[in-house]
Design a protein around this ligand. Sequence first.
Ligand code: AMP
Ligand code: FE
Ligand code: FE
Ligand code: ZN
Length: 273
Amino acid sequence: MERRADLHLHTFHSDGTFAPEEVVRRAKTLGLSAISITDHDTVAGVSAAKAAAGQELEVIPGAELTAAFKDRELHILGYFLRWEDPAFVNFLSEMQRYRLGRIQAMIDRLSEKGVATVTLDEVRSVAGVGTVGRPHLAQVLVSRGVVSSLQQAFDRYLGDKAPCFVKGATLTVPKAVQIIQAAGGAAVLAHPYRIVEDSWIPELVAAGIQGIEAHHSEQSAPVAKRYEQMAKQHRLLVTGGSDCHGFRKSKGPLIGSVTVPYAIVERLKAAAR
Ligand code: AMP
Ligand code: FE
Ligand code: FE
Ligand code: ZN
């Protein structure tokens, strides 16, 4: 059987709903050879995933960083990170602190606009041990009955173009790439379809991205093909993953729904230094 990898997975250490052990259990059931845990601004799930995986499944230490580019917020994936590197861990704690301030700013907007009065503690309690993010705030709005679904919370209030959105990126793309590479990792542009114009790709290549997530649960086969061609043209690695958030955001867990051949893992490893 061909060896496959899902290189984009969240746990409850950010805005996913699964424990790292649960992600690993499901990956094994699906017969995957490798996975990457790519939580937003944290590597807290990596050690538990590695311990649960044993020899049967390779766990690639990863993280998903947010970077500002033009008027947008991009996500940059880091792979094969030295996840215990003290400078990297310190950097991530800083990002986590910043996330709290940003969510508070969005809470303030919701209040100013008369949408809802939410407290940061409520959002933190939904996030549990995880880095706080918009999906947690969205869930508070759902449980209050302010909106009927997470999607509606994003469409009406929290999405990148919605009225209560506050930018969350403190990094530029070159800086995000530099931080990933300083931690020994390879930097990959996540799910470009939602955010990035094709004409921006050369600039992102110049900023140091080493790969592009052509295969993603929100990118159709023709879109993936287009990114594969761009990758070839710019000598970028082609990666892919489901971006599974457990039971958040989707009816069923997406893990294993988007995979790449194991050869991609080897190329990523070679690109990481
Ligand atoms: P944050 O890190 O706080 O900016 O939140 C990012 C998370 O919110 C990611 O997991 C996204 O998938 C999710 N998200 C961003 N925009 C939307 C949207 N329009 N609809 C649903 N989820 C979204
Ligand atoms: Fe997320
Ligand atoms: Fe993302
Ligand atoms: Zn993600």
